[in-house]
Design a protein around this ligand. Structure first.
Ligand code: IVH
Length: 790
């Protein structure tokens, strides 16, 4: 066998194997090999085809990637017109449809009780995508077309070929020579979310919903773009067919499935219209959890002969109907945008709408999230907008209908410079980002009122949060009461709750003797919260219950939480730099400090589990890691690690001289480190972090110890000159106990030289070779790093 013939047979083998796996994966939903194995086979085929381009055929699974870009789509005439469906919105519409089917088939009054005979209907979800026709000749996909106006569509063959679950070649046997299958091309919800996220990241176009995304992806002149989009196909019928297919809608679809055409997993047969209602309700309940959007279900008279007998009226069949779900999207006008102030001061735009019924509920307000979203939507007051309300989700503004914009009426949405509630300044949040050892600030998408608890809106929300069940759990204090307390200036902070008197409470709306006493008792009973509850109740931005628990468990005292430096907080599980800064600045805030002091002082709060540090908390602090957290400009984790290895202790680094640093790091970084620590603020911060890590009981160990057991394993030290605090022998013992070898002469392999007064040639040699040198004080400090006393 020649090389080429063996390649040819392997290519055929691989293609048929890959086709089989595609079929199992996309049509049967039962993959039999892991994705990685599939990829391996695929790459093998790609490689063989690259070696033998003459063996590439259009139906090879490698040929989905998208061919040449077109300048325009060609036209396709539909031999059998592509029709649409009549709609049923109300139950009665569906009953009327059933009656007309019965009469059309001459079944009315068919039984003794005049109830008619039950018609069998196929039930399918109505996918919200685009109708597409796929033409197979001799089992090969030869053409894909859009519906267009029903008689003429666009030729999108190159694009449909890129859709993973569209077979390029039919499976099995017995298919008619000409087989045109029809169905919906759609984008699953997850793929839509990912696509939008990807698009947003690269500053590309985002889509309002999966349907638009599917349409935009399918109608691309460049099939490579289509290939990169997560489209799927689902077949619901046929067009042109040479020869016979099974005689019912359900059996026909099942036959298509056996040839590799994907059909709906939700396909069911219903006997009688009541069973159709059941199907509608069942799918309706599961609508949100389906992987794709549907806008209703489709019922079709199951027997094809009956379908033919019933025929068509203009553009819709008499034998099928779409039973629609209430629309989730509606058009309305954006009357105004108001700004709400949340618990943490976030000032968020809220759309005031001309009220409209969406999915059965009147909607007058919708969220706009933040100003970035306003910018993304390009929405202006006075615009016509698409509102979506899906399930229990808050109504959202999805899109502006630009065609309906009247430029003389619309005006831009502007973030107020002052808080609409308290008049304090409104500032844009800053995001702290870190990359390559650089901390940089960028603008966040949230604006905040800086008024904190002096802002009544924030105060109300803060107290509502403070008393809530998972926080201080004060029962009997509803939102309305809190609003009244704040409005009447009876409380100005959470601490004031504990100063409320019986007279004040009974004066509130809805309070009588019993309820007032009950509330007083509930407030008194809340005085012994756990530390975690208390931290959570404070309402620190970005600190939810979980983070509060982490803080409580790890630091075990409010005092430590209050003092903790942001860099130290980032050692705790799941606390990033951003949150660490929020926590730190919350406790730095003068007003917050006063409130907390009052709560723990005059209000008599006692935190339950204050106490010693938890032994279970075992973060390991390393010098390299800590240096990295300092965010020295242009110094990343690698360089920080080198510094740590070279200088062994923070004091060593702080005292490290320029020449020495340059031995360790490239000049630019060495200079950056020197400059950084020459700033006394930075040196102080570094010392403070180190000290706090110790105080907080973190294990302070060298990287080496973690890896190899002993901290100085593999290192070679040299002692020279006179040591004043200990004898050379004692120093040697200590070094050896830490795993170091102590040598008598200096070489390039020497890790470190400890030089006391009177050191001579060994010190000179060390300097010449650029070996790190410690004086005795630095040496003692270094030993201290490893918990060894001098
Ligand atoms: S049958 C003659 N079945 O809905 C029957 N259509 O308004 C033609 N659609 O253009 C269509 N799911 O894009 C049928 N299971 C389904 C469907 C479905 C979605 C779409 C299709 C069609 C439109 C009809």
């Amino acid at each position: 066998m020649t090389d080429a013939t063996s390649a040819a047979s392997r290519i055929l083998e691989l293609r048929s194997e890959l086709d089989q796996h595609n079929y199992r994966y996309y049509v049967l939903d039962e993959p039999s090999i892991p994705d990685a194995e599939y990829d391996r086979l695929f790459r093998e085929l790609q490689a063989l085809e690259a070696e033998h381009p003459e063996l590439v055929t259009p139906e090879s699974p490698t040929q989905r990637v998208g061919g040449e870009a077109l300048s325009a789509f060609g036209e396709v005439r539909h031999e059998v017109p592509m029709l649409s469906l009549g709609n049923a919105f109300e139950d009665e519409d569906l009953r009327a449809f059933d009656r007309s089917v019965q009469s059309g088939l001459g079944l009315q009054g068919g039984d003794l009780f005049g109830g008619g005979v039950e018609v069998e209907y196929s039930c399918e979800p109505k996918l919200d995508g685009l109708a597409v026709s796929l033409l197979y000749r001799d089992g090969q996909l030869v053409r894909g077309a859009t519906r267009g106006d029903g008689s003429t569509g666009e030729d999108i063959t190159s694009n449909v070929r890129t859709i993973r679950n569209v077979p390029l070649k039919l499976q099995g046997e017995g298919w008619p020579q000409v087989l045109e299958v029809r169905g919906e091309v759609f984008m699953p919800k997850s793929g839509f979310e990912e696509l939008n996220a990807r698009q947003a990241e690269i500053g590309g176009k985002t889509f309002a919903n999966p349907r638009n995304a599917a349409a935009g992806s399918l109608r691309q002149l460049d099939p490579k773009i289509t290939a990169s989009r997560p489209l799927e196909f689902c077949c619901y019928g046929v067009g042109q067919v040479s020869g016979e297919l099974p005689g019912t809608q359900v059996t026909m679809l099942q036959q298509l499935k056996s040839w590799g055409i994907p059909i709906s997993r939700e396909l069911k047969l219903a006997k009688g219209i009541e069973a159709c209602f059941d199907y509608y309700r069942d799918i309706g309940e599961r609508r949100m959890s389906l992987a794709y959007d549907i806008d209703g279900v489709v019922f079709k008279v199951n027997t094809i002969e009956d379908q033919q007998q019933l025929g068509f009226r203009a553009r819709t069949p008499h034998w099928a109907i779409a039973h629609k779900f209430p629309a989730q999207e509606e058009l309305t006008e954006l009357l105004d945008v108001e700004f709400q102030v949340g618990r943490t001061g976030a000032v968020t735009p809220v759309a005031r709408l001309n009220p409209v019924k969406v999915a059965g509920v009147m909607v007058a307000n919708a969220t706009l999230h933040n100003m970035d979203e306003v910018a993304r939507l390009g929405v202006m007051i006075g615009d016509t907008v698409i509102i979506r309300r899906a399930g229990d989700v808050i109504p959202q503004v999805m899109q502006v209908v630009l065609e309906r914009r009247d430029p003389s009426v619309v005006r831009p949405v502007q973030i107020p410079s002052e808080c609409p509630v308290c008049g304090s300044a409104v500032e844009r949040t800053q995001l702290i980002k870190r990359s390559k050892g650089k901390e940089s600030l960028s603008e966040g998408s949230v604006y905040r009122c800086v008024g904190r608890l002096s802002c009544q809106a924030q105060l109300k929300q803060a107290i509502i949060h403070f008393v809530s069940r998972r926080a201080m759990d004060i029962e009997g204090l509803g939102d309305k009461t809190i609003e009244q307390l704040v409005d009447e200036k009876l409380i100005g902070s959470p601490a004031d709750l504990y100063k409320l008197t019986y007279e004040q409470i009974i004066g509130l709306e809805g309070f009588a003797e019993v309820s007032s006493n009950k509330l007083l008792k509930a407030i008194a009973d809340s005085r012994k919260p756990t530390l975690a509850r208390f931290i959570y109740a404070l309402g620190i931005p970005d600190v939810g219950e979980e983070t509060a628990k982490v803080l409580a468990r790890s630091l075990a005292s409010l005092a430590r939480v209050r003092q903790a430096l942001p860099q130290v907080l980032t050692y705790l599980p799941d606390i990033g730099l951003e949150v660490a800064h929020e926590i730190h600045s919350f406790f730095e805030d003068e007003h917050n400090r006063q409130v907390i002091d009052a709560l723990l002082g005059e209000c008599g709060l006692q935190l339950q589990d204050e106490g010693g540090l938890n032994a279970e908390f075992t973060a390991i602090a390393t010098l390299g890691g800590m240096l990295d957290k300092l965010n020295i400009p242009s110094v990343g984790p690698g360089a920080a690690q080198k510094l740590a290895e070279r200088f062994i202790s923070l004091e060593g680094v702080l005292a490290g001289d320029w020449l020495d640093m340059r031995q360790t790091l490239p000049e630019k970084q060495a200079k950056a480190v020197r400059d950084f620590f020459d700033n006394t603020e930075n040196a102080r911060l570094a010392r403070a972090i180190e000290q706090q890590l110790r105080e907080f009981g973190m294990h302070w160990e060298s990287e080496k110890k973690v890896v190899e057991g002993l901290p100085l394993a593999g290192q070679t030290w040299v002692l020279t000159g006179t040591l004043e605090l200990m004898s050379r022998d004692v120093a040697k013992d200590k070094l050896e106990a830490l795993g170091a070898k102590v040598a008598g002469s200096v070489s390039a392999k020497t890790t470190c030289v400890v030089a006391g007064p009177g050191a001579g040639s060994k010190l000179a040699k060390a300097n010449e070779l650029g070996v790190r040198v410690l004086d005795e004080a630095q040496f003692v400090a270094a030993l201290g790093e490893y918990g060894v006393q001098a």
